[in-house]
Design a protein around this ligand. Structure first.
Ligand code: 4AD
Ligand code: MG
Length: 415
């Protein structure tokens, strides 16, 4: 057979030579014996360099010692594309260098493993909601209303209609769709002009956002724990080899089973103070607080009912304590922090309008959204899970920028 691919490694003893090639599906060791091939073929082998593309022809035989369990006894080798001085050698490179060469770095075993885990996570997300009767609704990326907050918007001129914003979320639109279809989700890229250079922030990231008619905040958390357990379980079942390649200790992932522990924001603040944090009631949990709190549990934890002043305008006021809202964050273990933000939505027209005004948003842009509270308002809840944070956590990689093929950050637009 003939196999086409790229040169991973070569070595030669003078009489016999080995070529390990990769084609995206795996690795294949090719053996070339000088006495068995034409001189031109032997010379072609000698000229091979890392990442040259080649077509190798020969007979396949099983060999337990070879990577992948098979070997190709080569009779012919054709150089398809030379690769003089491939910039990424097996030696160590700095992170900046690697991200500048991201288009080539993607070929490394580690990056291939991460891409495969990401693929599994995305497929698991789609399967989970499909199996549960959710309808996918694709929401716009160019939006006229601010979805989350005014602070980190990308804006662009939109013909005669003023500014359009790149979507921070699809949530407002899936709320409308939930009244049509009951259980819906959107899944796509979202944009935030994050000035922060943390290991948890990108300016473009993928988010899946389910929205369910007649779910309250408790139902919402139940859906989240089943969902996260399913996604992690799928990665463990289907991507063992990739997680091994990444040297991921999978025992913390095996413990990710519903139900997840729940702690109210107020209790979390008290707990954090006891653990040495100086957080005061009323401020949002910072990254360090999230890490500290999550360390107390052996699986993801829900923190619920945050102060409304630190959360988005659309969250439902808590009838038992109007200083707070009926929301939750889901914090991943091992220092990965918030992977989900969710809430029950404010379904009272006048309260919602008051929140829009209080946050300095333009009520004129939210007429359609307020209509949902005018025509058959309904209890409903939903959440958003960030794909890159989830993939980074499952892979056990330190920074989410490796969890997407071409990350967008404040200082990075190329490649
Ligand atoms: O908590 P957030 O802002 O919630 C929303 O956008 C809601 N509209 C979701 C909803 O209820 N439908 O973001 C949700 C998740 C976060 O928990 C995090 O995983 C991820 O999106 N996320 C980011 N991921 C990478 N980079 C960023 N800058 C992120 N901002 C949020
Ligand atoms: Mg959040």
């Amino acid at each position: 057979m003939t196999v086409r691919g790229w040169v991973a490694t070569t070595r030669s003893s003078g009489k016999i030579a080995f070529l390990v090639m990769r084609d995206g599906s795996g690795l294949l060791q090719c053996v070339i014996s000088k006495k068995d091939v034409a001189p031109g073929v032997w010379e072609a082998f000698q000229s091979l360099t890392q990442e040259a593309s080649v077509a190798v022809t020969g007979a396949v035989r099983a060999d337990a010692r070879a990577p992948g369990g098979y070997e190709l006894l080569a009779t012919d080798l054709v150089l398809l594309g030379a690769s003089p001085e491939f910039p990424i050698s097996p030696k160590e490179h700095g992170t900046t260098f690697l991200f500048e060469h991201r288009h080539l770095w993607l070929r490394s075993r580690r990056q291939v493993a991460i891409a495969r885990v990401r693929h599994e996570v995305v497929q698991a997300i789609r399967d989970f909601f499909h199996q549960r009767g959710f309808t996918l609704v694709d929401t716009p990326i160019l939006t006229g209303a601010i979805g989350e907050e005014a602070g980190n918007l990308f804006a662009t001129d939109y013909f005669d209609l003023g500014k359009a914003y790149l979507a921070q979320t699809g949530q407002l639109y899936v709320e409308a769709a939930a009244a049509a279809l009951g259980k819906v989700y959107c899944f796509g890229p979202t944009f935030r002009a994050e000035k922060s250079k943390t290991r948890r922030h990108l300016t473009e990231f993928w988010m899946v956002e389910p929205e369910v008619a007649f779910n309250d905040s408790n139902d919402n958390m139940r859906l989240q724990e089943e969902f996260v357990s399913y996604v992690v379980g799928r990665a463990l079942d289907a991507r063992r080899a990739e997680l091994r390649e990444l040297e991921r200790d999978t025992s913390p992932l095996e413990r990710v089973q519903a139900p997840f522990p729940r702690i109210s924001y107020s209790d979390a603040v008290a707990r954090l103070n006891a653990l040495g944090s100086d957080i005061r009631w009323g401020s949002d949990l910072g990254g360090d607080d999230e890490t500290l709190l999550a360390k107390e549990y052996d699986r993801p934890v829900f923190v619920f009912n945050y102060p409304r002043e630190v959360k988005a305008f659309y969250m439902k006021e808590n009838p038992d304590d109007p200083r707070t809202v009926l929301n939750n964050d889901c914090l991943a273990p091992e220092g990965y922090g918030e992977i989900i933000g969710g809430s029950q939505r404010e379904d009272d027209h006048d309260r919602l309008l008051a929140r829009i005004e209080a946050q300095g948003l333009d009520p004129a842009s939210y007429g359609w959204y307020l209509d949902l509270r005018k025509y058959g308002t309904f209890v409903h809840s939903g959440f958003g899970l960030g794909v890159e944070r989830t993939v980074a956590w499952i892979c056990g990689i330190p920074h989410i920028r490796e969890a997407i093929a071409f990350p967008r950050q404040i200082h990075r637009l190329h490649p």
